[in-house]
Design a protein around this ligand. Structure first.
Ligand code: S3P
Length: 191
């Protein structure tokens, strides 16, 4: 966690380091992130959107043209650039926190928040939404289940864990995230 975190005031209006949302596809990182940014009066960035802008291509087009590894390289660079900028709320693509360098970078410069959700909830949210190349397979639910099982231990390294429940209101989840972030900051003050 960033040294500056210990100086974070108890009010929500100032953000001395970035907050990074991590978690699987469908966990609500962008919808919750936008609301959290507004509660914190901070800019909001979505790493996928930044990659799309930088590449001038959609995510499926990037996967088709440079492969998953090419996408991951771009993702690492984009998240590093966002973390080096002024404090903001950053929603990352589901694979962002899996990269060891990115994870270390997030852990040293930001407060990480895992939006945790049950597999069934995630599946309901992503099943009819195209645009996620990893799920363009014969049995996307099985792929999502496998990612859910393999990635959970890594997401659980986040500083803060917030549950994203079925039919939950993103504004309410953002308020819960903010409360947990402030508890985390308080607990680490002076360290
Ligand atoms: C991915 C998640 C996607 C996007 C890409 C790969 C992943 O982002 O980055 O399709 O590896 O989980 P969302 O989590 O925003 O859907």
């Amino acid at each position: 966690m960033a040294d500056t975190v210990r100086d974070m005031p108890s009010g929500p209006r100032l953000l001395p380091c970035s907050v990074v949302l991590v978690g699987l596809m469908g966990s609500g990182k962008s919808s919750v992130g936008k609301r959290l940014a507004s509660l914190l009066d901070a800019p909001f960035y979505n790493s996928d959107a930044e990659i799309v802008t930088a590449a001038g291509m959609s995510i499926p087009e990037i996967f088709a043209s440079v492969g998953e590894q090419g996408f991951r390289d771009g993702e690492r660079r984009v998240i590093a650039r966002l973390l080096a900028g002024r404090p903001s709320v950053i929603s990352t693509g589901g694979g962002g926190f899996l990269d060891p360098d990115t994870r270390a970078n997030i852990r040293s410069r930001a407060i990480s928040v895992w939006l945790r959700a049950d597999l069934d909830v995630l599946w309901e949210r992503v099943r009819d939404r195209p645009g996620r190349p990893l799920l363009q397979v014969t049995d996307p639910r099985a792929v999502l289940a496998d990612l859910h099982r393999r990635r959970a231990p890594i997401y659980s390294e986040a500083d803060v864990i917030v549950d994203s429940r079925r039919n939950s209101d993103p504004a309410q989840t953002a308020r819960e995230a903010l409360k947990s972030i402030l508890v985390h900051v308080e607990a680490h003050a002076g360290q």
